[in-house]
Structure formats: C-alpha cells, structure tokens
Write a protein that binds this ligand. Structure first.
Ligand SMILES: CC(C)(COP(=O)(O)OP(=O)(O)OC[C@H]1O[C@@H](n2cnc3c(N)ncnc32)[C@H](O)[C@@H]1OP(=O)(O)O)[C@@H](O)C(=O)NCCC(=O)NCCS
Length: 210
C-alpha cells in the first residue's frame, strides 16, 4: 500500500471517479445486475446525484503514487442530506434499489434520531479491477472515519452489498450491524426484483461510533 495515496476527490478526478464507480456498480453489483442494468442508462441515472455528492467535498480518491492514476473511490454524503428532488433518467428501472435502501434506513432509524452533521453515509465504493485485494478499500474506509471524526461527525454508516465489503467493515473494522435485508425476499411493487440474488445473502446497514 506504500504506492497508493489517499486524497479528497476533487474536480480533476471527478469524471474518472464517475466512470469507475458507474462501471463497477452496473457490471459487478448483484443488485444492479438483477435489474439488468445497462451501463449508459445507469450512467444517465447516476450522474446528477453522483456529482451533487462529490461537490459536497467529503468523498475520497485513491491514486497511484507517481502517475496519479485513479485506482479507488469512496463516495460519501451526509446521511440526512435531502434526496435529489428532480426527475432522474431511468429512475423507474432503479426504483427497487432505492426502495430497498429506504427500507433498510427506516429500520435503522427506529433506534436512532439523527440530525444533519451527525452521520456520514458511505454511499459508493469502487476499486479498479487490477488493484482489488490490495487493501485499498480498507484504507479508504479508515481514512474516511478519521476525516469524518475531524469534521465533527458522530457516526459512519455503511450500506454493504458485497461479501467483500461486509467482511472488511464488520469482521475486520468491527462496525456494528444495525439493520439487515434478505434481498431475495424483498418485495417491491408486488414483485421480488432481487429474487435471483444469493451472494451476498443479506444486505447490511452498519454503524461506527466515531
Ligand atoms: C468491493 C470492493 C470495493 C473491495 O475493494 P478492495 O480494495 O479489493 O478491498 P480490500 O482489498 O480492502 O479488502 C477486500 C477483503 O475482502 C475479502 N474478500 C474478497 N472477496 C470476498 C468474498 N467473496 N467474500 C468474503 N471476503 C472477500 C478479501 O480477502 C479482503 O479481506 P482480507 O484483507 O481479510 O484478505 C471492490 O472489489 C469493488 O470495487 N467491487 C465492485 C463495486 C462494488 O460492489 N462496491 C461495493 C458496494 S457495497
């Protein structure tokens, strides 16, 4: 990990970060694959909220020392940030993902009364395929906890949709699991849109007290 640098995700890296995160989620996230995500459609859907979050200035980039090439991103936003009010392209296609996370968050908020500025949500994480398994995600998670603490946040929240991120955040970093959903059982609009999802068997909402 000595040749990786972590820095704020600024405008110079934002487009590369968008390409990486959108490609990773459209092609590798079990929830998005179950919805038959198409890369161009997903990018049109994601772009407004992605850049809105990046403009808040708290997201992180991992770059290769020397070249400055982007190798990982962590997109974060205040957990209480108002949802994007405008219409998003292809919104209906991705409504089941939004609904699943809203259900997970509603469960969590039964036991927490959070105000703006108290909890930071790690919304997206992505590492370039050639650099996975090197600890870049773990380094990004440790760094965001440190920066959030310095910024006055009390909690870091994660919504974890892969076995790898669940392993890192729960087993290695020791964050608490506060809410779970079995995606294959989740019902939206009278259907089970994630019926085919078995890996991971559960989607987790985790919390770290800073
Ligand atoms: C998931 C992702 C962010 C992980 O990034 P990464 O930099 O490779 O992660 P790290 O190297 O820090 O840690 C990965 C850990 O998960 C483990 N792991 C990998 N695959 C696993 C699996 N299927 N089940 C359990 N653990 C797994 C690794 O062994 C490693 O743990 P270790 O350090 O104890 O050996 C990256 O693979 C990615 O971009 N995936 C596609 C996008 C995505 O799904 N994002 C996450 C949404 S929540």
């Amino acid at each position: 990990m000595t040749d990786i640098e972590i820095q704020p995700l600024d405008a110079s890296l934002a487009e590369a970060a968008f390409d990486l995160a959108s490609w990773n989620f459209a092609t590798q996230s079990a929830l998005h694959i179950a919805l038959d995500a198409r890369l161009d459609d997903y990018r049109a859907y994601l772009r407004p909220t992605f850049f809105d979050d990046v403009n808040d200035g708290l997201s992180l980039a991992a770059t290769q020392a020397g070249t400055g090439d982007l190798v990982g991103v962590l997109i974060v936003r205040d957990f209480r940030k108002q949802r994007f009010a405008g219409h998003l392209p292809f919104q209906q296609v991705y409504d089941p993902v939004t609904a699943l996370f809203e259900t997970l968050e509603a469960d969590y908020l039964q036991d927490r009364d959070l105000k703006t500025g108290e909890a930071l949500l790690v919304d997206m994480a992505a590492v370039v395929p050639s650099h996975t398994g090197l600890g870049i995600y773990q380094t990004l998670r440790r760094e965001i906890s440190s920066r959030a603490r310095s910024a006055g946040y009390k909690y870091i929240i994660g919504e974890l949709t892969t076995a790898a991120t669940q392993h890192v955040v729960v087993a290695k970093l020791g964050h608490r699991t506060c809410a779970t959903i079995v995606p294959s059982d989740f019902v939206h609009a009278g259907r089970r849109p994630f019926a085919s999802v078995t890996d991971p068997p559960t989607i987790l909402l985790t919390e770290e007290t800073l």
